[in-house]
Design a protein around this ligand. Structure first.
Ligand SMILES: [Zn+2]
Length: 450
């Protein structure tokens, strides 16, 4: 909290008339399910101190949360904060402000900064910048290989022992394509319960690739990016994780086939988890028809059938969680010819609304399921203690208040992120993040930074 004019103390907050979604059959409407009775939440001293219908607490500030749902603060496993090195695209301050506005109380910051987060020094710098910004907790991800060069393992143990306590390692943006290095990395992190998060992309099969390989890439004359380039690496890595007995996390699964492979790996009892991005749950490669590079992303947007397969996999738990892959870029990097434009989309400020559209309004997931896929499971995968804890007395005061009945409004490019490359601009999405609490203190109130 940097705004001295707003509430910055550890005073108590009483959230009145809110609905805490209970597990049950997806109905799309939380108020129609049994157990979803409006209640009140008391936040005090950084924690949830009470939940009940008739709470009162003298001196507490009150929020009328009639019609709102409360979720445990969202956790993003995959955020590019760009600092250090690309502060023209994003900073820890602006990226975490965007995260808070999206309902997040913790984000994992990817390692492909400049310098790369491949030493204790850099991960501690990112961690400290996150604490200074104060909008949400920042958990640095460490690089798997020195300089993301895919040649030599970075000092994973040193990063794990640092003040940042790194547990997730990834060369994201690039694939650890060497199977021997991948094996060594998986072996190394076992000692401290770490996880290797793989950006699955066979580099040889995707040389020059621009767009999902299919009808659309053929029609546009853009080099195709075959599904097999992702699926082959995922299959290999699942086998390696099983062989080594270590934990693999698959970043941004984009094809129905990838989900099938993960389903198979999980059926074997292997330690494999996976994430899907909001954009892969909603958008297809058809959008590339106008050659607008705002739709250029890695991995690429796929087909209608892939979107359906990814939604099913998230609904049945094969894919564990939603992760944004928030990838801000300055205007000049996105407003060029398709082939020259940078890969990536922003996503923190719209993720929950996209998930409502793709998963809840379609009846595939209820709000308790959303809490599981966007808070509980990503915190567990990221080894983040103190986040992803279901709302109950004694739990940390990380709470997201969301209005699922807010009328659909067109997404604008204005927001806290320094970059404007949202693929949802102009699209009408339901819902609104009303407030976000971090350790009982609001980071967002009435949809604005507190
Ligand atoms: Zn990636």
């Amino acid at each position: 909290m940097t705004d001295s004019g707003s509430v910055t103390d550890n005073g108590s907050w009483l959230i009145k008339g809110v609905t805490i979604p209970a597990s049950g059959k997806p109905s799309g409407k939380p108020s129609e399910k049994q157990g979803d009775v409006p209640t009140s939440i008391l936040l005090s001293g950084g924690s949830i101190t009470a939940i009940g219908p008739d709470l009162d607490h003298p001196g507490a500030r009150t929020i009328d949360a009639d019609g709102l749902i409360a979720l445990p603060g969202l956790v993003d496993l995959h955020t590019h904060l760009r600092e250090p090195g690309r502060e023209d695209a994003e900073t820890v301050e602006t990226g975490t402000a965007a995260a808070a506005l999206g309902g997040y109380t913790a984000v994992h910051a990817m390692a492909n900064t400049d310098p790369v987060a491949d030493t204790a020094g850099v991960v501690e710098q990112v961690w400290r910048l996150g604490r200074a910004a104060g909008h949400c907790d920042v958990q640095p991800v460490g690089a798997v290989t020195v300089g993301l060069n895919g040649a030599r393992l970075a000092e994973l143990g040193t990063m794990a022992d640092s003040a940042a306590r790194v547990r997730v390692f990834s060369d994201d943006g690039r694939c650890v394509s060497d199977p021997l290095l991948m094996r060594r990395a998986l072996e190394y992190v076992k000692a401290f319960d770490g996880v290797i998060a793989q950006h699955a992309q066979d580099p040889r099969l995707t040389e020059g690739a621009q767009l999902n390989e299919g009808e659309m890439s053929a029609r546009l004359g853009l080099a195709g990016w075959p599904a097999v380039a992702e699926e082959a690496v995922i299959a290999r890595d699942c086998l390696l994780a099983a062989h080594v007995g270590s934990a693999l996390h698959v970043c941004h699964v984009s094809t129905a086939g990838s989900a099938e492979i993960i389903r198979w790996a999980k059926s074997k009892g292997w330690q494999v988890t996976a994430e899907v991005t909001p954009h892969h749950l909603l958008l297809t490669d058809e959008l590339a028809a106008g050659y607008d590079p705002v739709f250029k992303v890695n991995p690429p947007l796929r087909t209608e059938a892939d979107v359906a397969g990814l939604r099913r996999a998230l609904a049945d738990g094969t894919i564990d969680c939603v992760a944004t892959d928030h990838a801000p870029h300055p205007v000049e990097a996105k407003e060029s010819e398709w082939a020259e434009a940078a890969f990536g989309m922003t996503g923190l400020e719209t993720a929950l609304r996209v998930v409502q559209r793709a998963m809840v309004d379609t009846g595939l997931l209820d709000w308790a399921g959303v809490a599981d896929r966007m808070s509980v499971r990503p915190a567990r995968i990221g080894r983040l203690t103190g986040h992803g804890i279901p709302l109950a007395p004694g739990a940390p005061g990380h709470v997201t208040l969301y209005d699922p009945a807010a009328p659909a409004e067109a997404v604008t490019t204005a927001g806290a992120s320094k970059s404007r490359n949202t693929p949802f601009a102009g699209m009408e999405l339901p819902g609104r993040v009303v407030a976000t609490f971090l350790r009982g203190v609001p980071t967002v109130l009435d949809g604005k930074l507190a």
